[in-house]
Design a protein around this ligand. Structure first.
Ligand SMILES: Nc1ncnc2c1ncn2[C@@H]1O[C@H](COP(=O)(O)OP(=O)(O)OP(=O)(O)O)[C@@H](O)[C@H]1O
Ligand SMILES: [Mg+2]
Length: 234
């Protein structure tokens, strides 16, 4: 496989819950480096898309090609081992366990125990909270822990579902800076309600409407596109 091939290629993906369909023939591409933003109103299917990519939901049809191999029938654990990390929108950390315990669980199966130190260097706020129960962390600290845990799985593609949701405005910039750093060395799919932040971190954007891609293009073009407002307004 060549290094220039996209890391993730999604073709005509349809998925949902039981008989209710949420995603309709959605296609998307992520390269080996850089962030791709996924935007859209509440309920358009952004989290459903990430869950389907991660393997939590089985697609009704379509192809998910990850790192050269079809992944749509693979269980979530296998996709994770192949380098697909997922930071879900909710319940991304074990609330009753300490920060340290959460990180140790994230590092299970990894040979290199320095990885936890790397995560603590990356998010120094966590280093001061190692003994604290994750459920008592601030919104921002909890998001950092969730991302840190996912990084311990050494993903090549990280699916980030609203990493700044519930985060105090002063900490949002800090998280955005870390996402920029990650995007310079790996692939990110970033679901975000902070549109400016998402279009700033990402080089390419997909705007979803009712389970489909309504608009896509270079982030700088999408930012200027008058249709953006239409698809994001309530
Ligand atoms: N477990 C579930 N069972 C049934 N329907 C679900 C389930 N989870 C989500 N849905 C429905 O699927 C649709 C898409 O939900 P999804 O969570 O993917 O949207 P979203 O774009 O992530 O929204 P938000 O911006 O609020 O996070 C919604 O109509 C939602 O009610
Ligand atoms: Mg969501």
């Amino acid at each position: 496989m060549s290094d220039t091939e996209a890391l993730l290629q999604v073709e005509k993906l349809s998925a949902g819950y039981g008989r209710s369909r949420v995603l309709f023939d959605l296609s998307l591409v992520a390269q080996r480096r850089g962030a791709v933003a996924v935007l859209g109103r509440n309920g358009v299917g952004k989290s459903t898309l990430l869950k389907t990519l991660a393997g939590e939901i089985r697609p009704m049809s379509g192809v998910i090609r990850f790192d050269g191999a079809e992944a749509q029938d693979e269980p979530a654990e296998r996709r994770a081992r192949r380098g697909l990390g997922h930071v879900p929108q909710e319940q991304a950390v074990f609330a009753k366990l300490s920060v340290r315990e959460n990180l140790l669980l994230g590092a299970i199966g990894q040979k290199d125990k320095n990885d936890i130190d790397d995560v603590l260097d990356f998010f120094p706020k966590l280093a001061q909270r190692l003994g604290q129960t994750a459920g008592t962390l601030s919104g921002g600290e909890r998001k950092m822990l969730a991302i840190g845990r996912a990084l311990l799985g050494r993903p090549r593609l990280l699916l980030l579902d609203e990493p700044t949701e519930g985060v105090w405005v002063g900490v949002i910039d800090e998280i955005a800076e870390r996402l920029r750093r990650l995007a310079s060395e790996m692939s990110l799919i970033l679901v975000e309600q902070h549109i400016e932040l998402a279009l700033d971190v990402a080089h390419y954007a997909y705007v979803m409407d009712r389970g489909q891609v309504a608009l896509e293009g270079a982030a700088s073009d999408v930012r200027r596109d008058p249709r953006l407002l239409k698809y994001l307004s309530p």
